[in-house]
Write a protein that binds this ligand. Structure first.
Ligand SMILES: Nc1nc2c(ncn2[C@@H]2O[C@H](COP(=O)(O)OP(=O)(O)OP(=O)(O)O)[C@@H](O)[C@H]2O)c(=O)[nH]1
Ligand SMILES: [Mg+2]
Length: 293
């Protein structure tokens, strides 16, 4: 029985997407790590195909966090501002090097009064996207908001294991001359906070897909490398083969991975993931109910 719908055709990643600017990338390689490619070919990616990687999107109110997520997940743009109450999330499924991979994108509220609720969702993030309105820089001096958001979000996570992105939104609102000034400072800030910088427009869609593909790919690579490290010299497939083979694949649409992970152990893993999601969804509903939504 299929638990999740198949991965959309336009969510398939076969090569590592390149950064927006080489000088603004923390991770500079032409393609996926060779070990990762081999592990995917040999279906030795452990539990990665069943994991949900959590990404939190933070930043001041009205900088464009929700629009960024909606442009990517729903290919929609709303020009009217509707503040996010507390938090919201979207799930996006990819297929990277033939392996299914899910991102859970947490859209947090920028308004000060919801910060307390939103911050309870920071924990366990593997990716963090600090969003800022690029033009703030042009109008003021620097990105004063970014450092505080980053500091707060990192308090709840291990800074060494979180991938950071700095995203400047509303690129369409800057002239090319303004934008080139903005970019110089943005690149400096990105370097300082060890984040990869992207400039996007949710209105036009410029760089939005490229950004999320890059994010998903880097998160995937990190997860596979962690699995390989965990298994050490053991072959992940060997562990799985200790368990009896099942007649029915767990997620029939996931192709190769299903064959490697038709084990009781993985059923348990799926149950854990589902329980985790149910818990977080219940919390989210109670937040919405208490906010009268
Ligand atoms: N021109 C332009 N406007 C944008 C863009 N992205 C967002 N906006 C507008 O900016 C406003 C705020 O966008 P949201 O995505 O709701 O902002 P937010 O960061 O989620 O705000 P909070 O939920 O309050 O934290 C809306 O009116 C959007 O239409 C963009 O790329 N270009
Ligand atoms: Mg919002």
């Amino acid at each position: 029985m299929s638990v999740l719908p198949p991965v959309r055709r336009d969510r398939i990643i076969a090569h590592l997407p390149q950064p927006f600017r080489q000088e603004a990338a923390v991770h500079i390689t032409g393609d996926f790590n060779n070990k990762v490619k081999t592990a995917c070919q040999e279906q030795r990616t452990g539990t990665v195909g069943f994991k949900i990687s959590k990404v939190i999107v933070v930043g001041d109110l009205a900088v464009g966090k929700t629009c960024l997520i909606n442009r990517f997940c729903k290919d929609a743009f709303d020009k009217n501002y509707k503040a996010t109450i507390g938090v919201d999330f979207e799930m996006e499924r990819f297929e990277v090097l033939g392996v299914p991979f899910s991102l859970q994108l947490w859209d947090t509220a920028g308004q000060e009064r919801f910060k307390c609720i939103a911050s309870t969702y920071y924990r366990g993030a593997q990716g963090m996207v600090v969003v800022t309105f690029s033009k703030f820089l042009y109008l003021t001096t620097g990105f004063p908001d970014c450092r505080q958001w980053l500091e707060d979000a990192l308090k709840e996570n291990d800074p060494t294991s979180v991938q950071l992105f700095l995203v400047g939104t509303k690129k369409d609102l800057s002239s090319p001359a303004q934008y080139s000034l903005i970019e110089q400072d943005a690149l400096r800030l990105a370097k300082e906070i060890h984040a990869e910088y992207w400039a996007v427009s949710s209105l036009t869609g410029e760089n939005v897909r490229e950004f999320f593909f890059r994010l998903a790919s880097l998160a995937f690579e990190t997860n596979v490398l962690a699995e390989l490290e965990k298994s050490g010299s053991r072959q992940i497939g060997d562990v799985v083969r200790k368990y009896p083979k099942q007649s029915q694949p767990i997620w029939s649409h996931t192709g190769g991975l299903t064959r490697s992970f038709s084990s009781l152990r993985n059923q348990q893993h799926i149950k854990q993931s589902v329980r985790f999601l149910q818990k977080e969804t219940a919390q989210l509903l109670s937040v919405r109910m208490s906010a009268g939504m």
